[in-house]
Ligand binder design. Structure first.
Ligand code: 5GP
Length: 193
């Protein structure tokens, strides 16, 4: 998606440890107009698929997922992160290893909001090692819902998540970063000349 790639080049900052900061339009301050274009692009890429629910993970996926859900005209559910040891009753839960924080946490979704008959599109801001998305896919599977696909705004193509998820479902990433240079700040996308 050219609009997004141009914006990443203009405002993205390459940080130590393979982290791309996009706080000025995606992860902190949010450009809702851009989110709407992102929503329309996902709608186009998943045209013809039956989708009746969007699932994301807190916190940074929520803003984007809300706008995407509005374009798809379906409800959005976000998996909650929790450190509670004894998770009570009526939830689906799985463990996720965090790329940005380097620790393992539990994610939960109430059984009330995900289950048989749901046709789910996963949405998230970033894909690195794919652990967050694998966790969401697991919750969908456990609930008996159908996983239709996953939409990612920025995939870091030099990390393994994309390849793992493509084996499991229909994955669409709007910008795939092939490489980035901490020193020069240069960002190369997968389909660049
Ligand atoms: P994964 O589970 O794929 O390794 O990591 C996914 C999560 O880590 C995303 O939801 C995102 O919050 C965070 N993340 C991974 N890499 C980056 C990055 O380069 N920049 C930012 N801002 N967040 C990232």
């Amino acid at each position: 998606m050219q609009l997004l790639k141009d914006r990443i080049r203009k405002d993205g900052k390459v940080k130590e440890g393979n982290v791309l900061k996009v706080d000025s339009f995606l992860n902190h301050q949010m450009d809702v107009k851009l989110f709407r274009e992102i929503g329309k692009e996902f709608k186009r890429r998943f045209e013809g698929e039956e989708i009746n629910k969007i699932l994301t993970i807190e916190a940074s996926g929520i803003g984007i997922a809300c706008i995407v859900a509005e374009v798809f005209d379906v409800p959005v559910v976000f998996a909650k992160k929790t450190q509670t040891k004894n998770i009570a009753g009526d939830v689906y839960t799985t463990k996720v290893e965090s790329f940005t924080h380097g620790r393992v946490y539990d994610i939960i979704v109430a059984k009330e909001f995900l289950g048989k008959g749901d046709k789910v599109l996963l949405i998230d801001d970033f894909m690195a090692n794919g652990k967050a998305l694998e966790g969401l896919a697991q919750l969908v599977e456990d609930s008996g819902a159908e996983l239709v696909g996953a939409g990612i705004v920025i995939e870091k193509g030099f990390q393994p998540g994309g390849d793992i998820l493509r084996k499991r479902t229909h994955l669409e990433s709007l910008a795939i970063v092939e490489s980035m240079d901490e020193k020069t700040g240069e960002i190369v996308f997968r389909d660049d000349e």
